[in-house]
Design a protein around this ligand. Structure first.
Ligand SMILES: O=c1[nH]cnc2c1ncn2[C@@H]1O[C@H](COP(=O)(O)OP(=O)(O)O)[C@@H](O)[C@H]1O
Length: 195
């Protein structure tokens, strides 16, 4: 696929795709913190947090390109965890109108998720474009800030934070109200420490 001409005719968009892999029921591992799920993100080479994925090469379908990028970036085995159209969540044009971004989400078992996470350090791009896997802290401590709220004060690439929160609600990991509270507590933390 590579490029699609915009509706107004002139400018071709390049396609890019990123994906969230998660396992529900993380609290089996960490009773203490009532972890709501294990969600995989990554630290990018530019210091931003994002999801694995990237820009499609000319001629590739989005799913083919996504699976290629996931293999390169996090060592995902396409014979076991290949992304398909069924995993598609949403698509949008970026603010500068250069890219048509596609977002995917896949639920796996906790065992599979931990195995996928372990493989990331053997991926081709580990230490280059990908500095390491990151687990989203899906818990909040008694101070209402440490855990997910403060994690949300990090720098996220593009709309990665919005994609994360959208999927957390869509996959019934947290309610809209719980997410709103985490965002409010994030703002309180930022007002105190990040002025
Ligand atoms: O997790 C994400 N969510 C939304 N947009 C992202 C995410 N990661 C990267 N992007 C955006 O997509 C574009 C291409 O992504 P990336 O840097 O992964 O491509 P590449 O690996 O092919 O170089 C970048 O402009 C970046 O802003």
């Amino acid at each position: 696929m590579g490029k699609t001409w915009g509706k107004n005719g002139e400018k071709p968009y390049r396609h890019a795709a990123h994906a969230m892999i998660y396992a529900p029921d993380g609290k089996k591992l960490w009773d203490m913190y009532e972890n709501k799920a294990v969600i995989l993100m990554m630290m990018r080479f530019d210091g931003y947090i994002g999801f694995p994925g990237g820009i499609m090469d000319d001629g590739e379908t989005v799913e083919f390109g996504l699976n290629r990028e996931l293999e390169e970036e996090i060592g995902l085995d396409p014979t076991r965890h290949s992304f398909t159209k069924e995993d598609h969540v949403l698509s949008y044009v970026t603010h500068n109108k250069r890219l048509l971004l596609h977002f995917y989400c896949k639920k796996v078992t906790l065992e599979e998720c931990l195995e996928i996470e372990k493989r990331t350090i053997d991926a081709d791009e580990y230490g280059w474009e990908v500095l390491g896997p990151i687990r989203v802290p899906m818990f909040t401590l008694n101070d209402n800030e440490r855990g997910l709220p403060i994690f949300l004060s990090n720098k996220f690439i593009g709309n990665a934070k919005e994609e994360l929160l959208y999927c957390i609600e869509r996959e019934n990991i947290m309610t809209k109200e719980e997410i709103q509270l985490a965002l409010e507590n994030c703002e309180k933390f930022k007002a105190r420490y990040m002025r």
